[in-house]
Design a protein around this ligand. Structure first.
Ligand code: ADP
Length: 175
């Protein structure tokens, strides 16, 4: 059985992530979406919220499951018996970071392959930070995120005391 881990922040999951995950699910027997618990980023959604949004967005793909983790990605991959770590590549600026991560992970766990999927043309410029900024400013995110995520963004920015707004203003532009 081939197993792949697709790790990320997913704050929140958008259609670019869904596209990579569903394509990976046609190649691997099982894909585990792994929500990183403590990235060096300011987050809009909690870990549990990010996990629940992913689960709902991918409920129709039976061989995709969702988990959370707070250790090294290669440790999680080993625990799950995964042969590969899946990532997505958008514009060329993603390449440098992903290449560096691939080489580092290869040093830590030589038996695990790092597999990058090219972003689809429709999603190549889609990022979680862009989605959050549009939603914060009251724009329409239809077609960029699953319906449940659009609802969650609306609810987050309707929170009292502008909590969502305060948090998104701290978010760096890099996803
Ligand atoms: P990170 O894991 O770097 O904090 P994300 O959680 O946003 O960032 O992304 C997880 C993975 O999905 C990364 O490999 C990222 O390059 C990829 N990704 C993000 N947006 C897209 C997109 N629009 N199309 C394809 N892949 C993407």
């Amino acid at each position: 059985m081939t197993i792949a881990v697709y790790p990320g922040t997913f704050d929140p999951v958008h259609n670019g992530h869904v596209d990579i995950a569903t394509r990976a699910a046609t190649i691997f027997d099982r894909v585990v979406m792994a929500v990183y618990d403590r990235p060096l980023k300011n987050l809009l959604f909690t870990t549990q919220e990010r996990k629940a949004m992913l689960q709902q967005a991918l409920v129709d793909v039976p061989n995709i499951t969702v988990t959370t983790y707070n250790q090294l990605t290669v440790q999680l991959a080993r625990q799950l018996g995964a042969q590969a770590i899946v990532r997505g590549l958008r514009v060329t600026s993603d390449f440098e970071l992903e290449f560096q991560m691939a080489l580092t992970n290869k040093k830590l766990a030589p038996e695990i392959e790092f597999v990058c999927f090219m972003a689809s043309q429709d999603h190549a410029f889609l990022s979680a930070s862009t989605v959050k900024e549009i939603a914060m400013l009251g724009g329409c995110v239809t077609g960029m995120v699953p319906c449940n995520v659009a609802e969650a963004l609306k609810a987050k920015f309707a929170e009292p005391h502008g909590e969502g707004e305060a948090r998104v203003s701290l978010i760096s532009l890099r996803d």
